[in-house]
Design a protein around this ligand. Structure first.
Ligand SMILES: [Mg+2]
Length: 149
């Protein structure tokens, strides 16, 4: 069985040994409900400001992508070594964390507006990707699933 966020998601695709990914590692239960707790917090923040009127699904998706672009902007003209240095620098790390948080918060708003159980959707997508990228064909390869032999 595969263990991941939220527990067991199904049988392992093969008996080939592979390193356990972060998503597969068992984790302690969170009584606050992880994503649900965060969603409630951002909805409360929004509703206290009467901003729901601006939050159509389309506008939220646009905003999500704008925040993803702000995250990407932090990498503009930077080498991999520059990015390692940024993470080691408290101010640089905070800027990165802020943009990561903006992306996550808009994603939670998108999911809430569309009625998507983000945790269930993510677990289902891991299963789909597991089927598309069998370990025996994809391990150590950067090829797209359509190009795996
Ligand atoms: Mg931002």
């Amino acid at each position: 069985m595969i263990r991941c966020i939220g527990g067991i998601i199904g049988p392992a695709p093969s008996n080939i040994e592979k390193p356990m990914t972060l998503a597969e590692k068992p984790r302690p239960a969170d009584p606050q409900g992880d994503l649900q707790h965060l969603t409630e917090a951002i909805l409360a923040f929004r509703d206290a400001r009467d901003w729901k009127q601006f939050h159509s699904l389309r506008h939220l998706i646009v905003s999500l992508n704008l925040e993803a672009a702000e995250l990407l902007e932090l990498t503009q003209w930077q080498s991999d070594a520059d990015m390692v240095a940024r993470v080691a620098d408290p101010a640089g790390r905070e800027a990165l964390a802020d943009e990561c948080a903006d992306v996550l918060l808009y994603l939670l708003l998108v999911a809430a507006e569309a009625g998507i159980d983000l945790k269930a959707a993510a677990l289902a997508k891991i299963r789909k990707n597991d089927a598309k990228y069998p370990v025996e064909k994809s391990r150590g390869s950067s090829r797209k699933y359509t190009e795996l032999e």
